[in-house]
Design a protein around this ligand. Structure first.
Ligand code: FE2
Length: 442
């Protein structure tokens, strides 16, 4: 499949059903992996109880697909308020009279049965919400996004390991550390991707100066060199806000790292093991990424620079859907979808490289950019302001590219994620960029 727009109605229906089943299989695996106690307890103040995420997935599905698209009677109108993410902070959710795990399972199952009923006769036209199956795509992505959040909750959970996956493919050294991206115009965002969310729209012309971008995300070995050089104690590398935070929070290394003797170890889903040198660093905040980049004599890419590196084809001037072309991601292109429970080492996905030779832009780790989260020129709220618009502003930084825990259904080269610059429980790393000097352009 190249694009949802190319599918006929029957095949789109099948595609929607497959995607709904894939996301549900993942939600079930993440919630069946732990016992009742672990489902209802709060593993961190940053996260909801897993059972809240699970019932919230069902509730959003009910609101949009059963009631709105399907025009059916509510399944449980009485619980809408409990599962409204804007009504209750994550830290307060364990105190709510939530559905028990058994009730939540029953509820999401009942909703899903009705959705399959709705899907059988759904038309994919006539309303903007239905065009190209958008409402179904939005709900698939919503569930996959909560699955990634639940995976982050698993990372914060204390106890014996319960998740398992095979290791990613081996890495190999890349021929160069950085590549020059030519200056000039570039089409950013999309107006044609059927399941793209409002903040990715519309496609628009933008411009960059020439710049260099790293061919790979910053690795554990590179990041450890920053730590060893005293980077966390040297104010020169930090922004004022970053320095204040690193002092206050007493940060000395990425989250989940611990030094044993002369070696760094990390705790990943309950398994403690030495940090792998050539894996992208993960669980660093925007502030740490920014400080590392400055220490390295570089900077973080802007969001525009990141997307241009991921999409721009210098041979045609066209913006691709993915770094490797327009083809949907497969396991040869990128480390996505929780297929592996860790970022892959640098060089593990040669088939996923961009025409300019930039690797691993999609998958492995979300990449912090230097950009605040804003709507593009021509942005229109769709279908509700709480999806993106209420988050626009300087307090959030944009992350790009998806992580090993992000599903292909919820990652594109235009996909935008955002979070507070202090956040570290998410699967975030970064790569560096720098301005091109005049002498480097001849
Ligand atoms: Fe949600």
């Amino acid at each position: 499949m190249t694009s949802i727009d190319d599918l006929g109605t029957d095949r789109l229906r099948e595609h929607v059903a497959t995607q709904l089943e894939r996301s549900r299989a993942r939600s079930v695996a993440l919630t069946d992996a732990v016992d009742e106690h672990d489902l209802v307890r709060q593993h961190s103040k940053l996260m909801s109880p897993l059972v809240w995420d699970f019932a919230h997935i069902g509730n959003q599905e009910e609101l949009w697909l059963v009631r709105d698209v399907g025009g059916r009677e509510p399944v449980r109108a009485d619980i809408d308020e409990l599962y409204d993410a804007f009504k209750h902070s994550r830290s307060s959710r364990p105190e709510l009279p939530l559905l028990s795990p058994a009730e939540a399972r029953q509820y999401v199952g009942e909703v899903r049965n009705k959705v399959f009923d709705v899907l059988e006769t759904a038309r994919f036209e006539g309303r903007k919400l239905l065009d190209g199956g958008f409402a179904f795509g939005m709900i698939v992505q919503h569930e996959q996004q909560h699955d990634e959040t639940m995976l982050a909750t698993h990372q914060l959970r204390v106890g014996a390991p319960v998740l398992d996956a095979p290791p990613p493919p081996p890495g190999r050294p890349l021929p160069v550390q950085e590549v020059l991206v030519p200056g000039g115009h570039f089409t950013m965002g999309t107006s044609t991707e059927a399941w793209a969310l409002d903040n990715e729209r519309p496609a628009h012309q933008t411009h960059t100066e020439p710049y260099f971008i790293d061919t790979a995300p910053v690795t554990n070995a590179q990041y450890a060199a920053f730590i060893d050089s005293g980077g966390y104690a040297d104010q020169r590398w930090w922004s004022d806000a970053g320095w204040a935070h690193v002092q206050h929070a007493k940060l000395v290394a990425p989250r989940f790292w611990e030094r044993v003797g002369s070696e760094w170890y990390r705790d990943r889903f309950g398994v403690v093991a030495p940090v792998v040198p050539d894996e992208p660093v993960v669980h660093v905040s925007f502030f740490e990424a920014e400080a590392y980049a400055k220490w390295a004599g570089k900077r973080l890419p802007t969001e525009v620079e990141w997307e241009k590196a991921a999409r721009f084809d210098p041979a045609t001037g066209r913006s691709r859907r993915y770094p490797w072309g327009d083809e949907e991601p497969t396991e040869k292109h990128a480390n996505l979808g929780q297929r592996h429970l860790q970022p892959a080492p640098v060089g593990a996905y040669p088939a996923g490289a961009s025409p300019l030779g930039v690797h691993q832009l999609i998958g492995d780790v979300w990449e912090w950019t230097s950009s605040d989260f804003h709507g593009y020129t021509g942005f229109e709220v769709f279908p509700y302001a709480e999806y993106s618009q209420v988050f626009f502003g300087p307090e959030y930084k944009v992350l790009r590219g998806g992580s090993f825990g992000a599903d292909p259904a919820a990652v594109r080269s235009t996909f935008r994620n955002w979070d507070y610059p202090i956040r570290r429980q998410i699967f975030a790393g970064f790569r560096c960029a720098r301005d091109a000097k005049a002498a480097e352009l001849s």
